[in-house]
Ligand binder design. Structure first.
Ligand code: DLL
Length: 440
């Protein structure tokens, strides 16, 4: 069965676990040496932690290394964590985040090559091959989505259509006229494409589109069903972050049962975000990565702030690369409303379970004059529901309110809005509007 699993690099994706661990150990020793010798900031950090490169003999010693955080990237802004001179940097990307400065990342020739390799694995795992038409609607630019998917598809030898995000009608026209077989974009934009296509009378089931690679923001299992039934194609989750390389850190295979981590290049750990201790195998926590092969921006134990768990059981596809569960939230996405911890994804789950609503919602958080925090859930209802009687809409809004209350233990107000009134995004969707002035 495994011989028939579509894949890009059989040798590395199906490597015996002990061999993989030996490779990771060798590479870890190299990277610690590299940052100690080439990056003064890291040398200082390791000296402060009392660790010398020769103390690290393999991945079992990794917990002796200090963490790297977004704060370290800020302090070294823009280039001071680079381990090579600018003459060897062939590309720079940056992500803006919600607060503060850009996070700037650099790549050598070999880093770009590694990136194409891990993205080729990602796309091949969903069956992409030479001859496929890959419509790449991730944004091209400082964001890593566009060029990351682009190089991966080219590495496979597929034909890339670099549409970038936006101009949705044109996206639908290209999908139809060119007969794109593969689509890459954020899951929220996939829904927008489906919605606009439907308005234009496109019958997706008659199009050759086979599979989509969706990531860059959290989404749920229910959202997968929505996308698959709208676009009539497989919807696979892909994960990554600029600091580590961009997209290509983790990818789903057609089993759709969690994301394989390209762990020969990015060594994963899951920690308790409060204590920093490693959690037991399979427990939820904050994902941490050490880059094992990066040259321009090698990072030790980088705290992603993404919450997930490692799935220790082997996957039905036969790959030995361990899997992680889909990322449902970030430690810093967590809203604290009247003392209750709320992740937007929990509200999304509730909304997705209610048939009369659509996947378009926004959470507006505000602080009342007396200092009480309030959250309003604005959600679009379906056309059919919207034309219902007022009283039925009221019942629906009460039902949503009570389901959220029983799931989260938090009373929120619910505002049902007309279909297609909430802002659509062509990249990462903005789900939370926090009007509280909480300072920095
Ligand atoms: O979003 C890279 C990427 C591009 C991934 C295209 C997948 C597809 P950044 O802009 O640096 O990089 O944002 C990274 O986005 O730490 C997560 O919080 C979130 N994220 C990325 N992929 C997923 C996903 C790109 N599949 C941050 N599920 C990460 C949930 C995701 N969150």
């Amino acid at each position: 069965m495994h011989e028939s699993t579509p894949c890009w690099n059989r040798e590395l994706e199906f490597m015996a676990p002990d061999q993989l661990r030996a490779l990771q150990s060798d590479r870890l020793c190299e990277v610690v040496k590299l940052v100690y010798e080439k990056v003064p900031y890291y040398r200082q950090k390791l000296d402060d932690a009392g660790v010398k490169p020769q103390d690290i003999k393999g991945v079992d010693d990794i917990t002796r290394l200090p963490f790297t955080t977004k704060e370290d990237l800020r302090k070294t802004y823009p280039f001071d964590l680079f381990a090579v001179p600018m003459e060897q940097v062939v590309r720079i990307h940056a992500s803006s985040g919600t607060t503060g400065k850009f996070t700037v990342v650099g790549y050598t020739d070999r880093d770009v090559d590694t990136w194409a390799e891990v993205m080729a694995r990602t796309l091949a795992a969903g069956g992409t091959h030479r001859g496929d038409l890959v419509q790449n609607s991730y944004g091209y630019g400082l964001f890593t989505g566009g060029l990351g998917a682009h190089y991966g598809a080219e590495r496979i030898g597929a034909s890339v259509i670099p549409t970038s995000g936006g101009q949705t009608k044109r996206q639908v026209q290209i999908l139809q006229d060119f007969g794109s077989t593969v689509l890459c974009c954020t899951p929220s934009y996939a829904l927008v494409i489906g919605e606009v296509g439907e308005e234009l009378g496109v019958s997706f089931k008659d199009l050759p589109l086979r599979v989509g690679f969706f990531g860059a923001e959290p989404w749920s299992a229910t959202m997968r069903q929505e996308i698959e039934s709208s676009l009539h194609a497989h919807a696979l989750d892909i994960y990554g972050l600029s600091e580590i390389i961009g997209p290509g850190v983790g990818f789903e295979c057609l089993e759709k049962a969690g994301l394989h981590i390209n762990e020969d290049h990015f060594y994963p750990e899951v920690i308790d975000p409060v204590t920093g201790e490693t959690v037991a195998d399979g427990e939820m926590g904050e994902l941490v990565f050490t880059t094992l092969t990066k040259e321009a921006l090698p990072l030790l134990r980088y705290r992603t702030r993404d919450i997930t768990r490692v799935i220790p059981e082997p996957c039905g596809c036969g790959r030995t690369l361990r899997r992680m569960r889909r990322v449902t939230g970030r430690t810093d996405d967590m809203l604290i409303i009247r003392g209750v911890n709320v992740f937007p994804s929990q509200i999304e789950e509730v909304l997705m379970g209610i048939e009369e609503t659509t996947p378009n919602y926004v959470l507006v958080v505000d602080r009342k004059p007396r200092g009480m925090d309030e959250m309003e859930v604005q959600v679009e209802v379906s056309e059919k529901t919207f034309s219902d009687e007022m009283s039925r809409l009221e019942t629906l809004s009460e039902r949503i309110q009570s389901e959220i209350e029983s799931t989260l233990g938090l009373r929120v107000s619910v505002r049902l809005v007309e279909p297609k009134t909430l802002e659509r995004s062509m990249g990462k969707a903005r789900r939370v509007i926090d009007r509280r002035d909480l300072g920095e």
